[in-house]
Design a protein around this ligand. Structure first.
Ligand SMILES: [Fe+2]
Ligand SMILES: [Fe+2]
Length: 312
């Protein structure tokens, strides 16, 4: 008769374990700090004029303007909303490590915003507000700006300690999951690939490279924080899943809008695949979603491996 197997105890990782992960991201942020004012944009002005002149039929300049308007809107929105997360993380007692990371992340989001503000002014010579009014329509405006602002407002105001973790789980799923993992990383992936393949706008390519490196750490924080909150209260897994499901149509509409051009600058199908893959990766690493359920609950090693890859 086979010996009875001892059930594996699913003890939630301790707060101290998560603190170490958050502090590691903070340390990486310090080592990889950069200044948007130092990015060399001297060759981009002539490059931009050439794209306008030589590729009018393909509407490449219009598509790049639209991408830049989305990045500008997104980076401004995440800069203005993140302080709510730092306050909520403190009130929810996620630990000082989470607060250190969020302080570093807020500085980085401010720099990303500064980079696009500078780029639109110095290279395109356009007013960001006017460009955004024309180029950031319903779906991205909702998911990147309006809905993110709404959940951040609720985070700022939630003073019931019993309700705060659910709002924080929703907020982190929206900010680090939907906006950063699905939209920002997908957008930077597509934009970088389009420019690198053509050898265009080296200053913009360099800005994308530096921003993408930061965004990887931000998504890694989101994976750890979701795991941390769900370890404390497994019922929060449903909040995370529902948040992704609610915003998925606006994410896909934002990416698919580029298919409306006769000559899309980006590979729309590949980017939709990238966005959906980013969702699956995020959920699996957080130990949630169908992939994690099919293969057994994701463990700490899954989360750490994804975080390490993202934060490299
Ligand atoms: Fe950012
Ligand atoms: Fe970010």
């Amino acid at each position: 008769m086979p010996a009875a197997r001892t059930p594996v105890a699913l003890t939630p990782a301790s707060d101290a374990t998560f603190t170490a992960k958050y502090v590691d991201l903070y340390q990486k942020a310090k080592r990889l700090a950069w200044d948007p004012a130092d990015v060399d944009l001297s060759r981009d002005r002539a490059g931009w004029a050439a794209i306008r002149r030589d590729h009018a039929p393909e509407q490449y300049a219009e598509q790049l303007e639209r991408l830049l308007a989305l990045f500008h809107a997104g980076e401004e929105s995440v800069t203005r909303t993140l302080s709510a997360y730092a306050g909520a993380a403190a009130r929810a007692e996620l630990g000082v490590g989470a607060e250190l990371h969020l302080a570093a992340q807020l500085f980085e989001e401010a720099k990303h915003y500064e980079f696009f503000e500078r780029y639109l002014g110095e290279v395109l010579g356009v007013d960001a507000a006017a460009l955004r009014a024309a180029a950031v329509p319903g779906a991205p405006q909702a998911v990147l700006v309006d809905d993110l602002e709404a959940v951040s407002d609720r985070l700022r105001r939630e003073d019931d300690p019993a309700r705060l973790p659910a709002v924080l789980a929703e907020g982190i799923a929206h900010y680090m999951g939907v906006v950063e993992a699905m939209l920002a990383r997908t957008g930077y992936e597509g934009a970088h690939a389009a420019l690198a393949a053509r050898g265009w706008l080296p200053g913009l390519q360099e800005g994308f490279r530096l921003i993408r490196r930061d965004e990887g750490r931000h998504v890694a924080f989101g994976v750890h924080a979701v795991r941390h909150l769900v370890a404390r209260d497994p019922a929060l897994a449903a909040v995370v899943e529902a948040t992704f499901a609610r915003h998925l149509p606006n994410v896909l509409a934002t990416v698919q809008a580029f298919a409306g051009y006769a000559h899309p600058l980006v590979d729309v199908d590949a980017l939709v695949g990238f966005a959906v893959g980013a969702y699956g990766q995020f959920m699996a690493a957080a130990g949630l979603g169908p992939d994690a359920r099919a293969g057994g609950a994701g463990d700490d090693a899954d989360a750490d491996a994804l975080a390490a890859a993202l934060a490299a």
